[in-house]
Structure formats: structure tokens, C-alpha cells
Design a protein around this ligand. Structure first.
Ligand code: NAI
Length: 290
């Protein structure tokens, strides 16, 4: 089993920036790469503020400046020379395959290629590379620095060594690990997404208002967030991509995305990250009217 000291993260959106922050805060030399320079600037601002806040609350064992200097940003994937590369780019099999193909060419043959995919087959991503034994799913929850779980997904050819090295890394990040077989949506999203989709159906068919659906599930089932609020937090585009993977991968109509969810995504209402989803976040920091 290898002992990882250097971490590369590709994709500086909500998940990639959180994973990079987590790695740097735990003392790893970390690179964060995104092809979009604006995403990198946003991520740097967010991570810097988060690290300063953690320091002021006494929640960071090492000093904040140390963590910040351990983290480097780049728009060029070729700069990555880490022992593990965790991809957290858009939830599209085609786009992820092109990236792992590129990473396979530039990374040392000992480098583990991990995917933070929410639902896409690790076995198929691995098949795009010359190192399927070194490819694994490392599925963080949102937001990665806070949520306690990492779901590890072994592809058909993932080696024991890759599995135990990745598991040990997640545990050094302070996470609890569950292991899933490589079926669409793995464990968490296979169970979560049908619930979020059903909440859209309840809204679509006029069963209740969005506020009442969310309040009902928060107070009625003791969930910290209502399902529509959670879908906005995850990103409606991501939810739709996951449901499409569940629908085609498991071949059951119960996973077919609700037309209202599809329409919101078509309209660019991708949730909190875009300022509007089921709720409108642009007018105040509170959920607004849509
Ligand atoms: P996001 O849309 O916030 O960020 C994606 C980032 O990837 C963007 O900054 C984009 O510029 C960048 N990107 C796209 N193609 C690229 C490429 N070829 N090379 C480098 N950068 C590229 O997406 P988010 O929410 O961070 O999701 C990323 C991944 O994490 C997806 O696979 C998603 O399913 C998964 N995930 C998402 C969760 C969520 O709650 N949003 C939770 C767990 C996993």
C-alpha cells in the first residue's frame, strides 16, 4: 500500500475546491486545476476565506498560512505530478473519459486516478485508460470539508492496493468510508435521488407548495434540509445527470427525471451556484420567491 503525500484535484467547482481545501488543511501538497480561470479565482477566494475562518475558530491544527501555501492553482492539467489525481469535473461520461485519457498519458504509472463521480461507472472510465487497476471512485459528499462520508467505489479491475491506499487517504482526511460496488449511483445517490425526484413530482403535480414540501420533509422526517432545497444545493444539473445515469444504468422507469426538473435545467436554473433553481437566491441571502 502506498502512502500518499501529494494530491491533485481537477475541477475547481463546489466539490473540487472543497476537496482541495480538505487536502491542504490536512497537510498535503495539493494542486487544484480547472480549465476555466474564473473558476480558479472563485475557488481561491473561497478557500482562503474558509481557511481563515477555520483558523479564527481554532478548528485547524496547522497554521492557516501553511495550509494556503501548500495549495497551488493552475489552468494546465499537464502541471500535475501528484501521487493521486481526483477528478471533480462535470458529471458527463464523455467529458470525464476524455479527461482520464489525458491524465493517463501525463501521470506517472504509479499515480492513482480517482473520480468523484456521483453515478458514472468506474469500470467504464477505467477502460479509457491503460491503468484500470489504478482507477477508483472516491465520492465525497457536499461540502467535502464538512461531510463525514467518503463512498469508495471499486471498478471491475481496481486493485486491492489502489483500494487500500485510497481508503487510507480518506481516513487521513478524517472521513468514514463505505465501499460500494460499481452500479449506477452507488449507494448514496441510488437512495437519495429518487426522493429528490419525487419531491419535484409533488411540486409538478401541485400536491403542495415548494415551501410546504421542504418543511414537511424537514420537520416530518428530521432531515436538516428539505429535498428541493437540497437539490438546489447539490445543483439541479448534477441531479438531472445522476437521474439519467440511474435511469439508463438500472433500466427502471422509477428513475426517470421529473419533467419539471428537466425544464429548470433547460432554463439555466441550476440551483444555488447559479443564483436560481427551485428557489431564487439573488435578491437576499434567504430563499426568495421564484
Ligand atoms: P461544478 O459545476 O460546480 O464544477 C465543475 C468544474 O469542473 C467547473 O469549475 C468546470 O470549469 C470544471 N471543468 C469542466 N471540465 C473540465 C476539464 N476538462 N478540465 C478541468 N476542469 C473542468 O460541479 P460540482 O458540483 O463540483 O460537481 C463536480 C463532480 O462532483 C461531478 O462529477 C458531480 O457529480 C460530483 N459530485 C457533486 C456533488 C454535489 O453536491 N454537487 C456531490 C458529490 C459529487
Amino acid at each position: 500500500m502506498a502512502y500518499i503525500n501529494t494530491v491533485g484535484v481537477v475541477g475547481a467547482g463546489q466539490m473540487g475546491s472543497g476537496i482541495a481545501q480538505l487536502a491542504a488543511a490536512h497537510g498535503f501538497d495539493t494542486w487544484l486545476v480547472d480549465t476555466n480561470p474564473e473558476a480558479l479565482t472563485r475557488a481561491e477566494e473561497l478557500i482562503t476565506n474558509n481557511i481563515h475562518r477555520l483558523v479564527s475558530k481554532g478548528h485547524l491544527s496547522q497554521d492557516g498560512d501553511g495550509a494556503l501555501t501548500q495549495l497551488k492553482y493552475s489552468s494546465n492539467v499537464q502541471e500535475l505530478s501528484s501521487e493521486i489525481i481526483i477528478e471533480a469535473i462535470v458529471e458527463s461520461e464523455g467529458v470525464k473519459k476524455s479527461l482520464v485519457l489525458e491524465l493517463d498519458k501525463i501521470a506517472k504509472c504509479s499515480t492513482i486516478l480517482a473520480s468523484n463521480t456521483s453515478s458514472i461507472s468506474i469500470t467504464r472510465l477505467a477502460s479509457a485508460t491503460s491503468r484500470p487497476i489504478k482507477v477508483i471512485g472516491m465520492h465525497f459528499m457536499n461540502p467535502p470539508p464538512i461531510m463525514k462520508l467518503v463512498e469508495i467505489v471499486r471498478g471491475a479491475n481496481t486493485s486491492d492496493d489502489t483500494f487500500y491506499t485510497t481508503k487510507a487517504l480518506a481516513e487521513r482526511f478524517g472521513k468514514t468510508v463505505i465501499c460500494s460496488k460499481d452500479f449506477a449511483g452507488f449507494v448514496v445517490n441510488r437512495i437519495l435521488m429518487p426522493m429528490l425526484n419525487e419531491a419535484f413530482y409533488a411540486l409538478y403535480t401541485g400536491v403542495a407548495s415548494k415551501e410546504d414540501i421542504d418543511t414537511g420533509m424537514k420537520l416530518g422526517t428530521n432531515h436538516p434540509m428539505g429535498p428541493l432545497e437540497l437539490a438546489d444545493f447539490i445543483g439541479l444539473d448534477i441531479c438531472l445527470s445522476i437521474l439519467n445515469v440511474l435511469h439508463s444504468g438500472l433500466g427502471d422507469n422509477k428513475y426517470a427525471p421529473c419533467p419539471l426538473l428537466v425544464q429548470y435545467v433547460d432554463a439555466g436554473r441550476h440551483g444555488r451556484k447559479r443564483g436560481v433553481g427551485v428557489y431564487d437566491y439573488r435578491k437576499s441571502s434567504q430563499k426568495g420567491k421564484t
